[in-house]
Design a protein around this ligand. Structure first.
Ligand SMILES: Nc1ncnc2c1ncn2[C@@H]1O[C@H](COP(=O)(O)OP(=O)(O)OP(=O)(O)O)[C@@H](O)[C@H]1O
Ligand SMILES: [Mg+2]
Length: 342
């Protein structure tokens, strides 16, 4: 056992990089109780922990969100004598009262990551089956959270917003656009490609508003917001040609993958990192990358008034994609934010 009393005594600000939402909430809260500042503070961790809480704040601030319904009861209740009461049909009715099933209803865990447990239904049978998957757990103690399927074409956006004490919140001008046709979920985790996309002013202003909505009067923070553009039928290219372009981009990405697998990473990190950066640059200069990036930017610009924000991540990754694709090293605003609190 190590005694960290001395270390903690001299700490003024803690950078909270614990990987699970629960641990971050716990860590910030404990440090705040010791009189330390945390970035992000526990109240921000608390809001970001839950998609519903985040959405409620956005909604209260007039920020556009996907139509969302939360039913605060479980799909199955068990009585004391062991009988099961099935609420799925009633829950499905409540969801269908607000969201058109033909357009698609997305059921998702209130607390979750990597797109896990996020399921889409387009008919009653699927909806009932999906509601059944929403089992109560420690992280999702009760209820079913559902959303309209945003008609977002092939990509969604991750947008970085940060603030230092004494300064206005800032939205990083380039978002990460995660794209592919593998699934309606476009997370990078599911093997989708990532492009950088310059954001229109309107979207940046809304992102800053999201920061204000979640942070209350906290003086320093860093978030990554998830947003989607409801492109609907306003597509500038047919999906077949786009799939071909994405396949070409995947081929152009192969050299990056090769560097990522290279074991020099463990022996000579700076050399490996230079190789990674060079491979990424080549990828970003490749024809398919440039083409898809311009399709995405054009569709964001044309449909910017149809943007919806649906989640805030309080511990954005700051390694490969955000740094090399969006061109921001999140460690910098994090450190500057911490410094501003000293
Ligand atoms: N209402 C929706 N309409 C359309 N697509 C959706 C909707 N909700 C989620 N998605 C898709 O599913 C993906 C994952 O959703 P979401 O960000 O809510 O989950 P997550 O588990 O928090 O993922 P991550 O950890 O990557 O943020 C999104 O990137 C998006 O592509
Ligand atoms: Mg997300």
């Amino acid at each position: 056992m190590k005694d960290y009393t001395g270390v903690v005594k001299d700490v003024a600000v803690m950078l909270n990089r614990a990987q699970s939402k629960n641990r971050r909430l716990f860590a910030s809260h404990i440090m705040e109780t010791f009189g330390k500042k945390a970035i992000n503070p526990s109240s921000i961790e608390f809001e970001c922990y839950s998609k519903l809480r985040t959405l409620l704040h956005f909604w209260a601030w007039g920020i556009p969100i996907p139509k969302t319904v939360y039913v605060p009861c479980d799909p199955v209740d068990t009585t004391r004598d062991g009988r099961e009461i099935h609420n799925e049909p009633d829950i499905a009715d409540l969801l269908q009262d607000e969201i058109a099933l033909e357009e698609g209803i997305v059921v998702k865990p209130d607390a979750g990551t990597h797109g896990k447990g996020i399921v889409l239904a387009k008919n009653r049978e699927e909806l009932i089956a999906n509601i059944q998957t929403a089992k109560p757990s420690i992280t999702n103690p009760v209820g079913v959270l559902a959303q309209e399927l945003v008609q977002k074409w092939f990509y969604d956006l991750r947008i970085i917003v940060y603030k230092e004490k004494g300064k206005n919140p800032v939205c990083h001008p380039s978002a990460l656009a995660r794209g592919g046709f593998k699934d309606f979920r476009t997370n990078t985790y599911l093997g989708n490609l990532v492009f950088d996309a310059t954001l229109p002013l309107h979207v940046k202003e809304l992102a800053v508003k999201c920061g204000r909505a979640l942070s209350k009067d906290h003086e320093a923070y860093v978030f990554a917001l998830d947003a989607m553009i409801n492109v609907g039928k306003n597509k500038t290219l047919d999906d077949q040609s786009l799939k071909q372009e994405l396949e070409n981009a995947a081929v152009a990405f192969e050299p990056v993958k090769k560097v990522k697998k290279d074991e020099t990473k463990l022996r000579d990190f700076p050399k490996w990192n230079n190789q990674l950066e060079a491979a990424f640059k080549d990828y970003q200069n490749s024809e398919p990358y440039i083409k898809i990036k311009s399709i995405i930017e054009d569709s964001i610009e044309k449909n910017k008034s149809n943007v919806v924000f649906h989640e805030a991540n309080s511990c954005p990754e700051f390694w490969e994609h955000t740094r090399l694709t969006a061109g921001i090293n999140v460690a910098i605003p994090l450190l500057k934010g911490a410094q501003s609190l000293l």
